[in-house]
Design a protein around this ligand. Structure first.
Ligand code: ZN
Length: 191
């Protein structure tokens, strides 16, 4: 297994819709193994194939909740349904509770509103279809990773004042153009 370089905001593969995986070949299995190793090394709670430069519709996730329950899996050719927004969604964004980060925009966190509940339908690495109903932070992770498959990074969804802050960071770090990546364990960057 190999720790793969993680592409940074500006690399075209991150900003284009990914292609269906289709048949689960040895190549796909090797990619998932490398993605799991890369996600663990970063460390991160989710990683989508476009983030390691592969424009395929799959992501991995691994997150342990406050009660110590581990939620992890591989989602191949997933579909995601979002629950309608709840009354809380008109409240102000909460910096603590609603901030997320992205390994392709490393070292930064910004608040963003997400659906409280989602349904994920996907295939696992054995090709078995499954359905997962997720709430709270897990729902957030799934929305974040699913977005990557459509060429959307959470930074693109930020509300305008926060989006401007993110744009400043991007200019300062010289991101937003092709050719930037970092490798966990090699480059001194935080996810
Ligand atoms: Zn991300």
């Amino acid at each position: 297994m190999t720790i793969l370089p993680i592409q940074i905001y500006g690399e075209p593969v991150l900003h284009s819709p990914a292609e269906p995986v289709g048949e689960i070949t040895d190549e796909v299995r090797a990619l998932v193994a490398d993605m799991l190793e890369t996600m663990t090394a970063a460390p991160g709670v989710g990683l989508a194939a476009p983030q390691v430069g592969v424009g395929k519709r799959l992501f991995v996730y691994d997150w342990t909740d406050e009660e110590g329950v581990r939620h992890h899996g591989t989602a191949i050719d997933p579909e995601l349904w979002l629950a309608p927004s709840t009354p809380e969604s008109i409240d102000e964004l909460d910096d603590e509770e609603e901030s997320e980060g992205c390994l392709s925009f490393p070292g930064e966190r910004f608040p963003i509103r997400r659906s409280a509940r989602v349904i994920l339908r996907a295939r696992d690495l054995e090709g078995e279809p499954y359905e997962l109903v997720a709430e709270g932070w897990l729902a957030r992770i799934l929305q974040h990773e699913y977005d990557h498959l459509d060429g959307v990074i959470y930074v693109d969804r930020l509300e305008v004042p926060i989006w401007k802050t993110a744009q400043k960071t991007m200019r300062k770090r010289r991101w937003g153009v092709p050719g930037n990546s970092w490798t966990p364990g090699v480059d001194d960057l935080e996810g």
